[in-house]
Design a binder for this molecule. Sequence first.
Ligand code: ADP
Ligand code: ZN
Length: 300
Amino acid sequence: MKGLLGGIEAGGTKFVCAVGRGPDDYRAEVRFPTTTPDETIARAVAFFKEQAEIEPIDAIGIASFGPVDLNPHSLTYGYITTTPKAGWQEIDLLGRVKAALGLPAAFDTDVNAAALAEYRWSGAALRDVDPLVYMTIGTGIGIGVIANGQPVHGLVHPEGGHMLLRHDRTRDPFDGCCPYHGDCFEGLASGPAMHKRWGEAAESLPIHHPAWDLEAQYIAEGLMNIIYVLSPRRIVLGGGVMQQQHLFPVIREKVLAMLNKYVDSDLLLETPEHYIVPASMGNRVGTVGAFALAEKALKA
Ligand code: ADP
Ligand code: ZN
């Protein structure tokens, strides 16, 4: 019988570590705040050593906040690189975890891991969902892309959260809050952007507030661009802001209206509810995504 998989969701505010084999076989989990690299990595390692006493662990996956180095030929592969998070610049997260546990390990961005989890466990076997795009709309906006069964890397990795959208300043005079670009997608539509524009946190805005139609407009425009460029067969939306379920039908309607039947696909035109879908694993998507990475480490 093969052993368990270990997953680390390495976030800028908290680390979540878990063991299991997938969303339906999720054995144990621990959550703790991200403090110094030494302390945080030691806690993760201690958890897996403890769990391995109960049942062996075969491999570890790490779904990390970024920016990260994903180039296996680079000297700093597996590092968190230029993050603004104090103390975490140039930290060899993958190498340290691998060395401490002596297990095969794989490493990717948190959104690529989430995309992989959705791909691996939400129907890839049943229907063709390749390419799949996972988009998180939370503190930031990020996308993970799976194509030909693999997370897409490249120069770095896709940064679809920073694309430019149409910004009608008569309707929305807010300048945007991206420190790099001002009114890019993330600058206009992340959770903090909503908070700044409307003066209260997104989760406390009532559902009939005009904030939501504007938010759905930006998200729909972002998705429209992604549909044109990547031609995904499934788009999964997660992150804190997408807990507002009422956004989904409005986003689908706006996407269809903007595409104006130019993209001729029955899936999109007739069953958009199976095309633009909510994340299926709630707050486990990071750790389950890390399990999917661990599986890849075993196969590698
Ligand atoms: P992170 O992106 O840091 O991993 P989240 O995905 O939870 O974490 O995103 C946090 C952002 O999402 C905050 O800006 C918060 O205001 C917003 N948010 C969290 N929960 C909700 C909710 N239920 N409805 C709308 N916005 C939410
Ligand atoms: Zn930006």
